[in-house]
Design a protein around this ligand. Sequence first.
Ligand SMILES: Cc1cc2nc3c(=O)[nH]c(=O)nc-3n(C[C@H](O)[C@H](O)[C@H](O)COP(=O)(O)OP(=O)(O)OC[C@H]3O[C@@H](n4cnc5c(N)ncnc54)[C@H](O)[C@@H]3O)c2cc1C
Length: 380
Amino acid sequence: MDFALSEELTLVRDMARDFARNELQPRAKGHDAGERIDPEVFAKITELGLWGLTVPESYGGSGLGNLALAVVLEELNWACASTGVTVSVHNSLVCAPILKWGSTAQKERWLPRLASGEILGAYSLSEAGSGSDAAALRATARRDGDSWILEGTKMWVTSGDIAGLLIAYMRSDPDVPKAKGITAFLVPTDTLGFHVGKKEKKTGIRGSSTVELIFDHVRVGPEAVLGQMERGFTIALDTLDGGRIGIASQAVGIGRACLEASILYSKQREQFGVPIGSFQAIQWKLADMSAQLEAARLQVHRAAWLRDRGEPCSREAAQAKLFASRVANACADECLQIHGGAGYTDDFHVERLFRDARITEIYEGVTDILRLVIARSLLA
Ligand SMILES: Cc1cc2nc3c(=O)[nH]c(=O)nc-3n(C[C@H](O)[C@H](O)[C@H](O)COP(=O)(O)OP(=O)(O)OC[C@H]3O[C@@H](n4cnc5c(N)ncnc54)[C@H](O)[C@@H]3O)c2cc1C
């Protein structure tokens, strides 16, 4: 067993780390305040080839896989979780399912454009009435000759207002209840009848846009169907296995930023005539954060490694996200506490880390749903 990153992955990590430290972190506060990501950041991500990490070279990506994606996402999220989730969704929720379930024509049409950053991808499963119970979705796809007419309103779509392509999950067979009547459609966002609705005002990851999408008689051809008809829910869940590894990586990145900020402040801040890091109460917090983060990272890397090998990893991905997201929130809480009153102001970025960490326990499977996934696998 080898715990070291390969030479190639070390190079990729160092490249992402340099970018995160030098270009992303200085902009993170602006992303949060301005509720958008600086276009220069998108351009730099394109230059570094981070939009196509899981896309094979034959389709214009780097073909490095899920472990590379996890390693890169930890670095990006260390600096800016808004940028981190944008890259995660694009790679794991859009590129990956097209690669796995798409026809050759769909791969040739979409993957080079996605991998090059020419267009951004978004994943549209959730609706107002169907979050954790995603199979209860009500947006419809009605057959009209050769085409499909998409109708309905989707919620919470990350990057939905800036994406060029959506994977939209629609009820194509109204007579089949829940999971079995759902189909995945590839929908270019310049299709007539497609509108962006409300943009959410969020607690954290405020630079990442989260929007409502309205499908008002959107006509797509048969070439838009991803995988087989009525297999959409299988695709959605399989895709989420990869997505959860991405969000778990996000959690590790945020948690590591909390630990590093805490170490620095513990050395600088003096009370009772000594640095607060000399108090054992502070040392224990740092030690716990470090131990938990190491354990979280190992789970993330193992789940990514399994996915790269094509092995089932639903439980491992759910476990990694369950554990890492709770660790990130625990680290953010302790980090803010270590900073005292200063941590509760925006003079330090720890208040943003505290807000950003919270989402990792909610999207791509709330904590309780992850527990259900894990328990079902254990009891099967
Ligand atoms: C910032 C952000 C970005 C998002 N991006 C996307 C995206 O790009 N694409 C997309 O499709 N969706 C996206 N989502 C939606 C996200 O996946 C859902 O918010 C999430 O699945 C939870 O659904 P819900 O919000 O409806 O909560 P609910 O499902 O209503 O849950 C409410 C509470 O009930 C609990 N609960 C629900 N069911 C059970 C159960 N069976 N057992 C125990 N407890 C339960 C939950 O744990 C939670 O505490 C995003 C959400 C946010 C906030």
